[in-house]
Design a protein around this ligand. Structure first.
Ligand code: G4P
Length: 287
């Protein structure tokens, strides 16, 4: 199924961000550590036009730490400092301000040389819906400011949020969409919960997840769900369905007659993945 992507959305978001950029010193780009490129707005480099930028790989509590380390290197190679964080628990959130200050240090030095007292750094947080912007803002501000769980279509009031005396924050104006006209990107977004699962067929998303896991986390699946043998051919749907059935059986998704309810199994697979019950899983790799 193809998800419609309207260029008009992008034009609007772009205009809204460009209006604010004049006021901004540093941009904080929030990505999902499990799918950094798929959770990225496709035009972000163009929109931000060389503003100093810190990439944050959020939800790192759910991501594979080894893969996250590869992503940090990937972004560093592109000249973008990247910091893995877990906004929900506040892990590494305290490192954000020093990293932002590093990006702005040359300006602060210039101001000090001229005898000007440096003002608070103005940072803009950009990220697609559900990546954790509100959660992060609340953590940084040390209080509940942004309503978490805001869904696309709900207009958020624009306000500067103080992070101590050294940084003022602004949330993404408007909605910055991911590149979900790409099927694989859509699958990754649905599997991680960035887009509603109803937008894609649940069993397709579960199948995509299982295929990826068999390929990269095979031993984990065997151990956790008692799957004896893993299929060698990822494109053999029947073999993949057998893995889904094994998981469904293990998790009690059985209908009368002892058959596995595949819809239920699909939902269990996706919910377990999102909740981190299958371990720390990344669904995208840099190389
Ligand atoms: P947004 O403003 O970018 O749209 O995202 P928001 O902060 O609302 O976060 C979206 C969901 O992601 C929330 O879950 C939030 O708790 C969760 N989240 C944010 N950061 C992290 C993180 O670092 N780790 C994990 N595991 N989850 C994170 P929700 O299901 O909408 O609500 P709830 O689970 O908090 O009830």
């Amino acid at each position: 199924m193809t998800i419609q992507w309207f260029p008009g959305h992008m034009t609007k978001a772009r205009r809204q961000i460009e209006e604010k950029l004049k006021l901004i010193d540093v941009v904080i780009e929030l990505l999902d550590a499990r799918i950094p490129l798929s959770s990225r707005n496709p035009m972000v480099d163009e929109i931000l036009k060389g503003k100093p930028r810190l990439v944050l790989l959020n939800k790192n509590d759910l991501a594979d730490p080894q893969v996250t380390a590869e992503w940090v290197k990937y972004f560093a190679d592109q000249g973008l400092p990247a910091l893995p964080i877990d906004a929900a628990n506040g892990t590494h959130v305290k490192e954000i301000l020093p990293r932002v200050k590093q990006l702005w240090a040359h300006k602060i030095e210039t101001m000090l040389r001229k005898g000007i007292n440096p003002r608070a750094i103005r940072a803009l947080i950009v990220g697609i819906p559900n990546v954790g912007k509100s959660t992060l803002i609340n953590q940084l501000a040390g209080k509940k400011i942004a309503a978490t769980g805001d869904k696309p279509g709900v207009t958020k009031g624009q306000q500067w949020i103080k992070v101590g005396t050294e940084m003022d924050l602004l949330d993404t104006p408007g909605i910055l969409w991911p590149k979900f006209e790409d099927q694989m990107v859509g699958m990754r977004l649905a599997a991680t919960g960035a887009i509603k699962e109803e937008l894609l067929h649940l069993d397709d998303v579960a199948l995509f997840t299982i295929k990826y896991m068999v390929q990269h986390y095979g031993a984990g699946i065997q151990e956790r769900f008692g799957v004896q043998e893993l299929p060698e051919d990822m494109d053999n749907i029947q073999e993949m369905v057998k893995v889904m059935e094994a998981i469904g059986r293990k998790r009690g998704a059985i209908v009368s007659g002892g058959k596995v309810d595949l819809d239920k199994a699909s939902l269990i697979i996706i919910r377990d993945l999102r909740a981190g019950k299958m371990g720390r899983i990344s669904l995208e790799r840099p190389f």
